[in-house]
Design a protein around this ligand. Structure first.
Ligand code: HEC
Length: 140
């Protein structure tokens, strides 16, 4: 009889552990960041990194974010993979909630420190185009 009771207790513990596991993992999944890639249609006008965003990095970022930056290389030919996959905190983009992305957070100064750190910050309209690029699926 005593043994039976102990057995039941054990089953309870398993259930609670299982529920906790689901709860924690379920929440973590909802937090993003998310990358959802759109289907490319012929002749579409979606923004792309190479054409629309790289010029911003070239003129405002790569004097620091080059091969000698420890976290993030934003040079042409490297920036895409760094931002989506290989940079220190990748992904820096969030196509579902661009404003929650690390990249936009740093540009708006929502995340500290604002980029570029030494002044010459991007105009709101320029940041908006980076947001649009992400919302359109962060195409290469
Ligand atoms: C004057 C040098 C300089 C310029 C210009 C600059 N950055 Fe940075 N950036 C840094 C340094 C240094 C760090 C790492 C320390 C930190 O997070 O503050 C950094 C960190 C970052 C990070 C976080 C990287 C990580 O993994 O923690 C992002 C994102 C970023 N920069 C984006 C940009 C963008 C986009 C631009 C251009 C609009 C830019 N930065 C311009 C120096 C610069």
């Amino acid at each position: 009889m005593l043994q039976r009771r102990t057995k039941y207790k054990h089953v309870h513990t398993l259930w609670i552990a299982g529920l906790l596991f689901l709860l924690i993992n379920g929440c973590a999944k909802d937090e993003g960041p998310f990358i959802v890639k759109p289907v490319k249609l012929p002749g579409d006008t979606l923004l792309s990194l190479t054409t629309d965003i790289q010029p911003i990095f070239d003129s405002h970022c790569i004097r620091c974010h080059n091969q000698s930056h420890p976290f993030l290389d934003l040079r042409d030919g490297y920036s895409y993979n760094q931002l989506l996959y290989t940079g220190h905190l990748a992904p820096y983009v969030d196509t579902v909630n661009p404003e929650n992305s690390i990249l936009v957070g740093r540009l708006r100064g929502v995340e500290y420190p604002i980029m570029p750190p030494d002044g010459d910050h991007l105009l709101p309209a320029t940041i908006d185009s980076i947001v649009l690029w992400m919302a359109e699926g962060a195409r290469e």
